[in-house]
Write a protein that binds this ligand. Structure first.
Ligand SMILES: *Cc1c(COP(=O)(O)O)cnc(C)c1O
Length: 426
């Protein structure tokens, strides 16, 4: 696509955008009495207009039926998780039985680690990315300690080469192969939250398995952002949240993927609860845990219906738009953002894009490393009605979400960035 730096061009792109009406299905936050330029969907997605009615439906069933809502509600609560199987699976390239909507991301990560990180004195190491999201770091650190190993000994962090911002797949594969004797697990983000780099999940999974390890991913920034084929790539497990690109509300319900090959493996240790027990006899309250087949067998508690209702409404919209169309628009939108930022002609020593330039190695997000007056610039942008995300010590993350952001949003952002830069650096 050949881009132009003009409002006319941006508006023409919006006219040609087959997804343009989806924006109307969301509430756009207001700043100074007008629509904000919201480029923060990687942190908290916007509220779909349909969420309120979805919540009201469940509140009404609770109001009118009380406990009977479990079986006689419009969406019976006892099997509410089944409402997601098809669409959640489509979203991440899985089979319906391989996905389950439950708990929150970090909780699910721990549950998956209980099953898929079983260190032995010979095989106890974990490979992860340097600077992973803190929750992932803490989960790995405490799991390693829980098993009696030392995090410094057991956790290997993949770092970019000196002077580079991103990891090279070949380097990642080499570290995995070099640790084949002691490696128990590879656990990475699907997309690094800080740089926005998309990892080659298929290649890493292959390398991990060749080294005799299990491979899992935290897809917080990947689900709803990039096209995933978790089943075909033979990933062992994955977890994600639904409040970022999936727009399901603050602290919304999480999700997990367990590959079919582990669906019915009684050897896998797990922490169980009654909701993962064979659904046929769940209410017989019998002794002896018999897991449901597939990812559903990892459920612990009865479903958090109110947060799941929000996710149901949001996922319906997502599924209607479809990941392939969203990804197509996303590449153009992020490409336009990159073009406009480069067209400001700021030297790399002032503003540096640390997200890969290769469109296949990035999603919706560009991370801008600001070498001078970064925080002041961020505050100036915010005051001008742009909602972005600041990461210490000096990164601004800009994420145009293809479901509700327009080319005009991106154009206006770049205009405001130019003005703010002049004000802050004059
Ligand atoms: C957002 C995010 C989380 C958040 O975890 P919660 O359990 O949902 O609070 C975890 N990991 C990554 C990589 C994230 O981007």
């Amino acid at each position: 696509m050949t881009y132009e730096n003009s409002l006319v061009f941006a508006r023409a792109c919006d006219q040609n955008d087959t997804l343009r009406t989806f924006r109307d299905q969301f509430y756009i936050p207001q700043v100074n009495g007008k629509d904000a330029i919201y480029l923060c969907g990687n942190s908290l997605g916007l509220q779909p207009r349909t969420v309120r009615a979805a919540l009201e439906q469940e509140l009404l069933d609770w109001q009118n039926l009380g406990v009977e809502g479990h079986f006689h509600g419009q969406n019976p609560w006892f099997k509410y998780h089944e409402l997601f199987s098809e669409k959640e699976a489509r979203l991440v390239g899985a089979k319906p039985g391989e996905v389950i909507v439950m708990n929150n991301l970090t909780t699910n990560l721990h549950l998956m680690l209980v099953s898929f990180y079983q260190p032995t004195p010979q095989r106890y190491r974990i490979i992860t990315e340097f600077g992973a999201f803190p929750s992932d770091q803490y989960a790995l650190e405490t799991q390693v300690k829980f098993h009696g190993y030392s995090p410094d000994e057991a956790i290997i962090e993949l770092k970019p080469r000196p002077g580079e911002c991103n990891l090279r797949t070949a380097d990642m594969e080499a570290v995995i192969a070099a640790n084949a004797d002691s490696l128990a697990l590879v656990l990475l983000g699907g997309v690094n939250y800080y740089t926005g780099q998309v990892f080659d999940l298929a290649a890493i999974t292959k390398a991990g398995h060749a080294a005799g390890a299990r491979v899992g991913f935290d897809l917080a920034h990947a689900a709803g952002n990039v096209v995933l084929q978790l089943h075909d790539w033979e990933i062992d497990f994955a977890v994600w949240c639904t409040y970022k690109y999936l727009n399901s509300g603050p602290g919304g319900v999480g999700a997990a993927f367990v590959h079919e090959k582990h669906a019915n493996n009684p050897e896998l240790p797990r922490f169980a609860g009654w909701w993962g027990h064979n659904q046929e006899e769940r209410f017989q309250m019998k002794k002896g845990f018999l897991p449901m087949v597939g990812a559903a067998g990892w459920q612990l508690s009865n479903s958090a219906i109110l947060t799941m209702a929000a996710h149901k409404a949001a996922l319906d919209i997502f599924d209607e738009a479809g990941m392939p169309a969203l990804r197509h628009k996303s590449e153009q939108l992020t490409g336009y953002l990159e073009y406009l930022i480069r067209d400001l002609h700021l030297p790399e020593t002032s503003l540096q894009i640390i997200t890969p330039a290769d469109p296949t190695a990035r999603g919706c997000q560009l991370s801008l490393l600001i070498h001078q007056n970064g925080r002041a610039l961020f505050e100036n942008l915010t005051a001008a009605g742009v909602i972005l995300d600041w990461r210490e010590p000096n990164v601004i993350r800009v994420a145009p979400a293809p479901l509700y952001n327009s080319f005009e949003d991106v154009f206006c952002f770049a205009e405001i960035l130019r003005k703010s830069w002049e004000v802050v650096n004059k």
